[in-house]
Every structure is written in structure tokens, then in C-alpha cells.
Design a protein around this ligand. Structure first.
Ligand code: SF4
Ligand code: SF4
Length: 189
């Protein structure tokens, strides 16, 4: 079935009405707990494996996420300024939208990747890229160090406009906290 065109700013992944960004987000640049709750897939969907989380809260002229998804999980935009609207049931966690989002606003989360461990796929636009099995510093949305992560895969871009996507594992209780990594650069690298 093709993606349905609708006014995406009105609905989150659960179909609930989705208002604009919170005052906290406008003031600090960081989403509030309420902003994040609106884009979080349902607990039931999270039991079915990896799924995209679109942490995109402000209306800007941007829409590559919709055209990147071949599964109809992100609805076509009626207006390029719309917020993305996602049907989490159609998402298989492939991560193509992560590589295509210029705002680095999309993450894949698999809360039940392994006992006590979650998998996160995130866009990483710095060099050098980390290596598989490298342990890196896990950062939250504000750039604070919150623990360690292990790199399990590095996906190189398929297209010139794509961003590399790094797959990391983190303790399960950090699945909704870690959104970036810091890669140590050894001297002489
Ligand atoms: S992860 Fe894949 S299936 Fe899910 S929304 Fe992104 S592109 Fe679509
Ligand atoms: S591509 Fe990224 S920044 Fe642009 S609308 Fe989609 S989620 Fe938001």
C-alpha cells in the first residue's frame, strides 16, 4: 500500500494528536519529556524489534524522510513544512531514513536487542568513523557523557547525500537517553 498523504503535524506514531514543539524545546533546543513521549512508538510495537523514532519537532522545509522510506511508514508530506508522520507498524527498522535525514533527527531503537542491551542506529557525520567492536563514549541529547557504547556496525553511505549510520549497543536503560557518541581519536590517527 502506498503512503497516505495527510497533515502529519497532527499525528504521532500512535495516532495521537501531536501539537507543536514545547516552550522548553524552543527555549533550550532540547525536546522536553512530553515532546519525546509524542514520538515514541507504543510499548507493544517496541516488543517487535527495531523501529524508527523521528525526533523531529519543528516545522521546517524538509521532507527526505518520507521519500526515503520504501515501506510506507512515513507518510508523504502534503506541505514541505509539515512534521513527519509515522506508522510504526509499517517500519522494519532498516535505517534508510536515518541516513537521509539532514537534521540527524531520526534514530532506530531496538529495546529488546539482547538481554539487558538495546541497539541504537544513529547518523554520525564526523571523521574518523568508529570501527566495529570499538567502545565509544555515549552522549545524551545535550552532549553529556552518560556511559559507554559498543559499535556493532558502521554503514557507509549509499548515496552522496547520505550520512554514515553507526549501530551501537547500550545498556537497556539508556535506550531513550543515548543519541550521539564521542569517538576517541588516537594520536597519529
Ligand atoms: S527505518 Fe526504514 S522502514 Fe522504518 S521509517 Fe525508516 S526507512 Fe521506513
Ligand atoms: S528528513 Fe529529518 S529533519 Fe527533515 S522532516 Fe524528516 S525527520 Fe525532520
Amino acid at each position: 500500500m502506498s503512503a497516505e498523504t495527510r497533515r502529519p503535524e497532527d499525528r504521532g506514531p500512535s495516532g495521537a494528536r501531536r501539537p507543536g514543539p514545547s516552550e522548553a524545546l524552543i527555549r533550550t533546543g532540547l525536546p522536553s519529556a512530553e515532546d519525546l513521549e509524542r514520538v515514541r512508538p507504543s510499548a507493544e510495537r517496541l516488543t517487535h524489534g527495531a523501529v524508527a523514532v523521528l525526533e523531529c519537532f519543528q516545522r521546517i522545509p524538509c521532507d527526505p524522510c518520507a521519500s526515503s522510506c520504501h515501506h510506507g511508514a512515513i507518510a508523504a508530506f502534503a506541505d514541505i513544512n509539515d512534521l513527519p508522520s509515522m506508522d510504526a507498524e509499517r517500519c522494519n527498522g532498516c535505517g534508510l531514513c536515518v541516513a537521509r535525514c539532514p537534521g540527524l533527527a531520526i534514530f532506530i531503537v531496538d529495546e529488546h536487542h539482547a538481554p539487558g542491551e538495546a541497539l541504537i542506529k544513529l547518523a554520525y557525520e564526523f571523521l574518523p568513523l568508529p570501527a566495529r567492536d570499538q567502545v565509544v563514549t555515549a552522549l545524551d541529547r545535550a552532549g553529556r557523557e552518560v556511559g559507554q557504547a559498543r559499535v556493532v556496525r558502521v554503514q557507509r553511505p549509499k548515496e552522496k547525500t547520505d550520512t554514515p549510520v553507526v549501530w551501537i549497543t547500550v545498556p537497556k536503560d539508556l535506550a531513550w537517553t543515548v543519541r550521539h557518541i564521542k569517538v576517541e581519536v588516537s594520536h597519529g590517527a
